[in-house]
Structures are given as structure tokens and as C-alpha cells.
Design a protein around this ligand. Structure first.
Ligand SMILES: [Zn+2]
Length: 222
């Protein structure tokens, strides 16, 4: 529990790729950061899916606004259905490029917009030093997404009111970060209640088992 709270504290205000890395590091303290930085975005997302299942279960309720009528649409997502085939190196295309890694994503996180971010990313991944047009940027980005499908998962939605069907990118890292943030805030709220009631230290309260902590919270509530 503490490594995850520390990851949340360190990652608050950081760009999403850094937050993902912190979650992966908290979950696997014996795996070196170097190894995690070399994962492709799809390999990273596959591990984040595992963590989401392990920490919060395989089911997820998503809310989205219908792009046609504006109705809020609820979707029940089973994370197990979002598993993609393993990552394959890209086949030959207009230029030679390796797949990006988590380290590349962190390095380009400050890009001012999506297209600039893609260009910065590709520049890092190109095996030959050359100028590339926007069309080539788009073509290679698409080829990379095909080669690393777990990083490009979309969920299909259908509006029950107007029947419109559309899809949205499923960003497991952002979802997991939001959930971990909510859990961390709840945890610190519990700590605050018990510290005020019993005078215990934060460290003592975090050492309580979840069942025992819940029992004390119920006693405080009367
Ligand atoms: Zn609609």
C-alpha cells in the first residue's frame, strides 16, 4: 500500500507517461526502472491492464457523451475483452523506425500538441537521420499502432437514445491513475479521521489491515 501511495504522491502533477511508470514501479519493486523504460507503450498498457484487474477488478463502468445528441451514455467494459495480440516489430515501410518505448513517451510528454508530439517521437525512433513530411509522420504512426496494438485500443459505444455508434481510445493508464488518486485521497481521509479520534500516527494507521481500519472507522462513526 505504501509504495502505491508514494507513487501517487510523486506522480501528482507529472505528465501521464511518468505517472504510468511510477505505477509500474510501485507494483514491481524488483523490476528495474531501466527495464520498464524499454517497454513499448503497448507492453506498458498490458501491464497496466493487469494491475487494474488486480487492484480494482476486471469490470469498468465508462461514461461518455453521445457526439450526435449529447446524451450521457454508460458502457460496461470487461477489461479481459481488451487484450490484444503481442507486440511485433514494424514491417518495412517508407522509412526505417523502431517502436517507441516508455522512455520516448516521457521524453516527448511536453509537446504542445498531438502532431508535434508524434513528430518528436518519430524523430527519436527513426533509424536514419532524415526530414519527414506530415504524411510520413501519419503513415509511420499508423504502422506503429498496428505493430503495438495494445497501445491503440478503442472501445465501441452506442447511444440508446439516437442509435449513433462511435468509438473512443481506451487509455488504461489515465483511468488507472484516476482510480489510484481517488483511492489515495480516501486512504488519507481515513487516516485523518482515525488520527483525530485516537491520536495514532499516520504510520500506525497505514499499518492496520483494511478490515481492522474499517472496524475502527465504524466505531468512530458510532
Ligand atoms: Zn445519441
Amino acid at each position: 500500500m505504501r509504495p502505491l501511495l508514494e507513487a501517487w504522491e510523486l506522480g501528482s502533477g507529472q505528465p501521464p507517461p511518468s505517472q504510468m511508470l511510477l505505477l509500474l514501479m510501485a507494483a514491481a519493486p524488483t523490476v528495474g526502472a531501466d527495464e520498464l523504460l524499454r517497454l513499448t507503450p503497448g507492453q506498458c498498457d498490458a501491464r497496466l491492464l493487469n494491475l487494474r484487474e488486480q487492484w480494482f477488478g476486471p469490470k469498468l463502468e465508462a461514461l461518455a457523451d453521445c457526439p450526435h445528441c449529447g446524451e450521457t451514455v454508460e458502457a460496461a467494459i470487461d477489461l479481459r475483452s481488451l487484450r490484444q495480440a503481442a507486440t511485433e516489430p514494424p514491417t518495412d515501410g517508407p522509412v526505417r523506425a523502431r517502436l517507441p518505448t516508455c522512455e520516448d513517451l516521457i521524453a516527448v510528454a511536453a509537446a504542445p500538441d498531438v502532431q508535434t508530439g508524434r513528430r518528436w517521437l518519430l524523430t527519436r525512433c527513426l533509424e536514419d537521420d532524415q526530414e519527414i513530411s506530415d504524411d510520413v509522420v501519419d503513415a509511420i504512426s499508423a504502422r506503429m499502432a498496428e505493430s503495438d496494438p495494445q497501445a491503440a485500443v478503442e472501445i465501441g459505444l452506442e447511444c440508446p437514445d439516437c442509435g449513433r455508434e462511435w468509438s473512443l481510445p481506451f487509455e488504461v493508464g489515465s483511468i488507472l491513475w484516476q482510480e489510484v488518486s481517488a483511492w489515495a485521497v480516501d486512504t488519507f481521509r481515513d487516516v485523518s479521521v482515525l488520527a483525530a479520534a485516537y491520536g495514532w500516527s499516520e504510520s500506525d494507521i497505514l499499518d492496520l489491515s483494511p478490515a481492522r481500519r474499517q472496524l475502527y472507522l465504524e466505531m468512530v462513526a458510532g
